[in-house]
Design a protein around this ligand. Structure first.
Ligand code: MG
Length: 498
């Protein structure tokens, strides 16, 4: 990255302060979830919101905005263009939303997250209902502030996935829905179908499981000089700086796949952040492109790689070493355990095929809410009907139904669709890797196969940070734009042709 433009040089100098404050917030956020004493919740929230206000003031500082607007966009190189694009987006977002609105929104969503947890514990939707009503009301207001061309939902989707629209996702989901149903139906009716596995019940030793996770991460080239693995109530990845990217995982008493899969999933996020070109350090471009791009990396490593039989063969001796009960099982059991297809009421527990019905349901509900086609009180019933239709399951509690996810209590509407998009992008990357480097199974059999695949990701995606927009980079890689077909092909060859 060469910055020649004088004004942009000045902008980047000022931006370092903004970037540093953001990174300290990341560290505080990581600590909040990993080490912070419980009673510090309110103090920490106050500290973070004060620093966030400082960041906002620095971004909306008149002299800063003036510099950004001053830059003439002809004659800029791709990095310079991207810096201006990303900053204008950030400034625009903060300018469009009045401070009073941001304050009200954060007040209600902070409270709503606590109420949601309580409602979920008590399995009582009525406790959360008034908050959800208020949040949906505010989200509609937010949409009006932000503006949109075709559909109000576009304004929200764009927050998570720049340039993507309701129409894009409608096309995407209507393409994949019948195909996923078809694959699921075939798997379900196959004589190999099992949805329960004895390994799920096996209890493991936490310390040994921790060692196994670290050994598997080492196979994936995890660098413990630049990264850490810790424990959190819900696994996540946090990038503090280019050389300090941290991940967390969880340990239940049994079902070791949950711990290992979460570790590898978060590792996929880590790999993205640690491989951004160091020349982008401390600039607005030092981050993953978007939610879906990040998720495409995490899902690729969690599913396409870590559930592949050849990869599982590599880690089998380690698993045998740290998980005593595995001695009773064969390698084949290990493989089927990692690749179970299991329609579940819970989104986060769903398999590679049925997962997307959970997302389609949420997408449809969010869209209907914005179109005023459904009332909050009608949501639980609608939810349950759709779960029956899509997954063939009966919902018997709010907890495992409408109340299962935290997102709506945070006011995060438009977020869910990026999970599916990310997964389907991972299929697109698989296809591109096979075009460029050959069959993935052959690659995994090679000594440095994993590194070769990681270098592909680094070269094609990671190193650019936010230099390109999501649609631009998809086009640059595939030369033809987004297609959900490769992921369908992947599922087909994995689950149907067994
Ligand atoms: Mg993720």
């Amino acid at each position: 990255m060469k910055i020649r433009n004088k004004t942009i040089k000045e902008i980047l100098l000022k931006y370092r302060k903004i970037d540093s404050l953001k990174r300290l917030i990341s560290l505080a956020g990581w600590d909040l979830n990993v080490y912070m004493p419980q009673k510090a919740v309110e103090d920490r929230a106050f500290i973070i919101s004060e620093v966030e206000l400082q960041i906002k003031n620095l971004i909306l500082d008149k002299s800063f905005i003036k510099l950004v607007n001053e830059v003439k966009e002809n004659n800029l190189n791709i990095y310079e263009k991207a810096i201006i694009r990303v900053l204008k987006r950030e400034i625009g977002y903060l300018q469009k939303l009045p401070s009073s609105f941001i304050e009200e929104f954060s007040k209600i969503t902070n409270k709503a997250q606590v109420v949601w947890r309580e409602a979920k514990d008590r399995n009582d939707f009525s406790v959360f209902k008034p908050y959800l009503e208020k949040i949906v009301y505010l989200v509609k207001k937010e949409v009006e502030y932000l503006g949109y061309k075709e559909h109000p939902y576009d304004a929200l989707i764009d927050l998570y996935e720049e340039g993507w629209t309701t129409k894009d996702f409608e096309d995407f989901f209507s393409f994949v829905k019948p195909r996923l149903k078809d694959i699921f139906f075939k798997v379900f009716n196959s004589k190999y179908f099992i949805d329960k596995h004895p390994l799920e019940k096996e209890k493991y030793n936490k310390e040994k499981m921790e060692k196994l996770n670290l050994r598997v991460l080492k196979i994936l080239n995890f660098d413990n000089q630049r990264s850490r693995l810790d424990i959190a109530p819900h696994p996540f990845e946090q990038s503090i700086s280019l050389n300090d990217v941290r991940i967390t995982t969880w340990y239940h008493k049994n079902d070791f796949k949950r711990s290992l899969s979460a570790t590898i999933h978060e590792f996929g996020h880590l790999l993205y952040e640690t491989n951004i070109d160091s020349k982008l350090k401390f600039t607005p471009l030092q981050a993953g492109i978007s939610y879906a791009f990040h998720e495409s990396s995490s899902r690729f490593w969690e599913n396409v790689i870590a559930k592949n039989e050849i990869f599982l063969r590599k880690i089998w001796p380690l698993a045998l070493k740290y998980l005593d009960f595995l001695k009773k099982y064969k390698f084949k059991d290990f493989v089927t355990y990692f690749n179970l297809v299991k329609p579940s009421l819970i989104r986060v527990e769903a398999d590679e095929i049925t997962y997307h019905f959970h997302i389609i349901l949420r997408f449809e509900i969010e869209k209907m809410l914005l179109e005023d086609k459904i009332k909050i009180e009608e949501l639980p019933e609608y939810w349950n009907e759709k779960v029956k239709e899509y997954l063939g399951l009966r919902v018997d509690s709010y907890r495992d139904g409408i109340l299962q996810d935290i997102h709506w209590s945070m006011g995060a509407f438009g977020y869910f669709p990026t999970y599916s998009l990310g997964t389907f992008l991972s299929g697109l990357w698989l296809e591109s890797i096979e075009n460029d480097l050959g069959d993935i199974n052959n690659l995994l059999k090679q000594k440095d196969g994993i590194l070769t695949i990681q270098n592909w990701f680094k070269d094609k995606i990671y190193r650019f940070g936010r230099t390109y927009s999501s649609k631009e980079l998809i086009y640059k890689i595939t030369k033809k734009g987004f297609s959900p077909q490769p992921f369908i092909n992947y599922l087909d060859s994995k689950y149907i042709k067994i």
